[in-house]
Structure formats: C-alpha cells, structure tokens
Design a protein around this ligand. Structure first.
Ligand SMILES: [Fe+2]
Ligand SMILES: [Fe+2]
Length: 299
C-alpha cells in the first residue's frame, strides 16, 4: 500500500482521539534550548523547577546506579551540569513519553514494550559509538521512541490490536505486516502523527516514520540505519509478543549496507555475525534497562 494512503488512515485515527496525551509547551521549549548551543543552565534549571514532577524525576534518575554519581545530587542545576545538556534532553523527552501513556490500558504488557524500547536505545548507542556517530545521546533517544505508534494503537485500538497480536502468534507474520493487514496503516505512520503533534524535531519524526523502510529516510540516513539494525538485534535477542522479527527486510538490508559502508572498521562484516557479536553486550544492557525502568516507572 502507498505510504500516502497509510498516512491518511493514521491521521484519521489520531484525529479521532479526543484525549491524546500532550507534552507541555514548556517541555518542548526546554528541549529546543537543550538542543541549541547557546543554552543557559540557569534558564533551563528555572524551567525545570516550574515542573516539579519532572524536577523530582530528574533527581531520582541522576542518583540511580545508571549514572553512577559519586555523591548525592539534590538540585536540578547540579544534575544538569553533572549530566550535560544532551543527556538531560534525553531524560526529559523519554520521561514525558513514558509518562504520557503510563497506567493506561494496553493491548500488551507495557513492561515488555519499554524493555524493547530501552534495549533498542542502548544498542543503538553502542552501534553509534562503533561508527563514530557524533551524537550518541540522540541515537539512544530516537531509538527509544521509534515504536511510539504502538503505544497509541495498543491503547486506542485496544481490542482490535490485542486480537491482531493473538493472530500473529499463529501466523508468525511481522507486526508491521499484521498492522497493515488489520488497520491499513502501521505504527510508523501513527507514530509520525504523534511525533508531529508533540513537536518532535524533524529527524525524530523521519526515523519514527521510516524505521521499517529506512531506505526512505532522508533527514539522517545513518541514524535511521543504526536504529533499524539495533531494532533487529533486539528482536533477535529477545523476540516478544509485541514485535516479531521476520526475515531480513529491504529496510534492514539497506540499513546494514549503510552501516557497513562507514569508514570505521566494524568487528564483523557479515550482518548476522555482527548481530551475534552483540550477544555479550546484552548482558550489560539487560541490567541497564532494568535500572532505567525502575527510575522511570518505579517498577
Ligand atoms: Fe517498529
Ligand atoms: Fe521496535
């Protein structure tokens, strides 16, 4: 089906929802400030303090084992200086994203979904470092939000989506294909609509939209490739009921081609061997992800 027709269906789905979670304009402003080179720590710290829930969460995360601060950090200003603008941007966006749908009924186990999202984030950062991608935090963040459309579909189309997931376990087809068959659109188009309504930067929108067709990604093709390979690696490592790995798709083949063409030498030149070489990294990642889930969701 044409992407344009899938977009029309996705827009209709998102438009028909009256209680779509919103991200406060103040948070979008904070992210834009953190993205710019002239950000002033005092201005950002003041914006954070105007959102007490966010401020409290940041303090909890910065003191979690994930960030290994040697002494306890109790102010958002110190947290900001300790973590740096880029990491702070990552924490703010992900915590709002997690929060937007937290506790709402879902067609799947939220914990499995977030484990997948944060694992893809962690693997994407590792791959980004291997190919010298210049913004590791962005790589992690885009990867964490890549499947954002599934959270929308699993909540607002709960019964139909649950039925579709039950069918998948019998047919073994990919989640992407099953969504297309059931809804005429997929989590990629729905995710794009959400990302646009939350004013995510263009590169995030493009990768959310094209992480299963990364040959079409235009904003940052290398980052799209990193996310696509990280997604595949995580599904191979721990396939789950929400996302099934299919055979290597055109998108994944393209992604591997982009990554293996980078001037940096990778540990393996064969796609499957490369994915296998990440196996030991997953032990570390599984532990990291557990810490993230505890600090973000308290479970
Ligand atoms: Fe996906
Ligand atoms: Fe995924």
């Amino acid at each position: 089906m044409e992407k344009a027709a899938m977009m029309v269906k996705a827009r209709r789905l998102v438009r028909n929802v009256s209680d779509l979670p919103t991200i406060p304009a103040m948070v979008s402003r904070m992210i834009a400030l953190l993205d710019s080179n002239e950000a002033d720590p005092d201005e950002i710290a003041n914006l954070m303090l105007s959102e007490p829930v966010l401020a409290a969460r940041i303090i909890r995360i910065v003191n979690s084992p994930l960030y290994r601060s040697s002494s306890e950090i109790t102010s958002v200003r110190r947290a900001l200086l300790y973590m740096g603008f880029r990491s702070m941007r990552e924490i703010i966006m992900t915590s709002y994203f997690v929060n937007a749908f937290q506790g709402k009924p879902q067609a799947f186990a939220a914990k499995i979904f977030w484990t997948h999202s944060f694992s893809v984030g962690a693997i994407a950062q590792r791959i980004a470092a291997m190919v010298n991608y210049p913004d590791l935090e962005k790589a992690g963040l885009v990867a964490i939000v890549h499947d954002i459309g599934k959270v929308f579909m699993g909540h607002y189309l709960l019964d139909d989506y649950a039925r579709m997931l039950a069918d998948i376990t019998e047919t073994n087809c990919s989640t992407y294909q099953a969504e297309l068959d059931h809804f005429g659109t997929t989590h990629c188009e729905v995710g794009l609509c959400l990302a646009q309504s939350w004013n995510f930067p263009p590169v995030y929108c493009d990768i959310i939209s094209h992480h299963h067709s990364c040959q079409m990604a235009t904003e940052d093709p290398l980052l799209a490739a990193i996310v696509s390979v990280a997604d595949f690696a995580c599904l191979q490592h721990a396939g789950n009921g929400i996302a099934q790995p299919g055979p290597l798709s055109t998108s994944e083949n393209h992604a591997w081609h982009v990554i293996s063409q980078q001037p940096v030498k990778l540990p393996e030149q064969d796609f499957y061997k490369f994915i296998e070489s990440l196996d030991t990294t997953f032990v570390e990642i599984d532990r990291e992800v557990r810490h993230v889930l505890i600090s973000m969701m308290g479970s």
